[in-house]
Ligand binder design. Structure first.
Ligand SMILES: Nc1ncnc2c1ncn2[C@@H]1O[C@H](COP(=O)(O)OP(=O)(O)O)[C@@H](O)[C@H]1O
Ligand SMILES: [Mg+2]
Length: 310
């Protein structure tokens, strides 16, 4: 049977606050599904329920049809996760770190060497396998983290914002690894549209703990884009909160979100402001804007579905 992840009315309350609200979602097959939503949407909380790190308040999470709360061990047998990026001891080499993880996970001794070699090969770290992790870039460390999820040869891989905190090169390395895992079911959260567009075939969009839509990238784009105008503004440096907030206050702007560290997607009402006036407004902020172009369909759809952003 094709690998699957399923949430049935999955709900998590923290006191009186509902972080995940009656989530119904079933993803199945070998593909990469993006779990997209702004910060605080409930992505990590959902993923923690899938991996049994926290208990659901109500509803259930199933991996390959097995309820995580009822039989965690067999539910997780074919699933690996990377949630809230763990630190690797800097004095260890990738080989040593992965051996330790194999031991903890109970990978049979006879298989460990082969599994470790394969995993390091997949993330292209073989060359570095005997160097100390302490000297690695964040991107290289994250590649070792991804390798650790591959040790048990999982059918289902849950990755929580795997490229967050990495520099552009590290991000691109992690993305190309995720793309190479196409023979498994990868469920990857992100708040970056460009990342999801590049890596995923399908997207589940959440906000305020609720599922807004789950469909193929093309269908989401076709169903929800259109109407208003959207542009992507590129900056010469990382966009800070202050800049984003100033852009969101320009005349005619309806919503602003991040496409990646250096790009904002700006949705505007064409009746209230023309594209060239908006361009002047953005340039007038003197915030380092260097490019201005039509946004893609997914960006447009995202902004029309998610009203308040940043
Ligand atoms: N342990 C916790 N206690 C209280 N509130 C929490 C806890 N974990 C998460 N939250 C809240 O739940 C919401 C969703 O968080 P999270 O799942 O981390 O969002 P995301 O991963 O989409 O950014 C946030 O408002 C967050 O502050
Ligand atoms: Mg999160």
């Amino acid at each position: 049977m094709a690998p699957s992840l399923e949430a049935v009315q999955l709900t998590k309350n923290f006191g009186s606050f509902t972080a995940v609200s009656g989530l119904d979602l079933k993803v199945q097959g070998t593909k990469c599904v993006g779990f997209l939503g702004p910060n605080g949407a409930g992505k990590t909380t959902t993923m923690k329920m899938f991996t049994g790190l926290i208990a659901a308040t109500s509803g259930s999470a199933l991996i390959n049809g097995v309820d995580v709360s009822k039989d965690k061990k067999s539910a997780l047998a074919s699933c690996a996760t990377l949630i809230e990026t763990p630190e690797i001891y800097s004095s260890l080499t990738p080989k040593e770190a992965l051996s330790m993880i194999c031991e903890i996970r109970g990978v049979p001794k006879a298989e460990r060497g082969k599994r470790i070699d394969e995993a390091l090969g997949l993330v292209k770290m073989t060359e570095w396998e005997n160097k100390r992790v302490g000297s690695f870039s964040k991107g290289m460390k994250q590649r070792v983290n991804v390798a650790s999820t591959l040790l048990s040869d999982p059918e289902v891989i849950i990755l929580d914002e795997p490229s967050t905190g990495l520099d552009p090169r590290g991000m691109s390395e992690v993305r190309s690894i995720v793309k190479s895992l196409s023979d498994r079911l990868v469920f990857m959260s992100s708040h970056l549209l460009a990342e999801v567009t590049e890596v995923c075939q399908e997207v589940a969009l959440v906000d305020h703990g609720k599922l807004l839509v789950y469909d193929t990238l093309e269908n989401v784009t076709a169903r929800f884009s259109g109407g208003g105008g959207s542009v992507q503004v590129g900056f010469s440096r990382m966009v800070d909160e202050e800049t984003a907030s100033k852009v969101s206050k320009l005349q005619g702007v309806q919503g602003v979100t991040r496409s990646n560290d250096r790009h904002l997607i700006v949705r505007f009402d064409p009746k209230a402001v023309s594209q060239d006036k908006l361009f002047e407004g953005v340039a007038g902020l003197k915030a380092g804007a260097v490019s201005f172009e039509q946004a893609s369909g997914l960006e447009d759809a995202y902004l029309s579905l998610i009203k308040e952003t940043l």
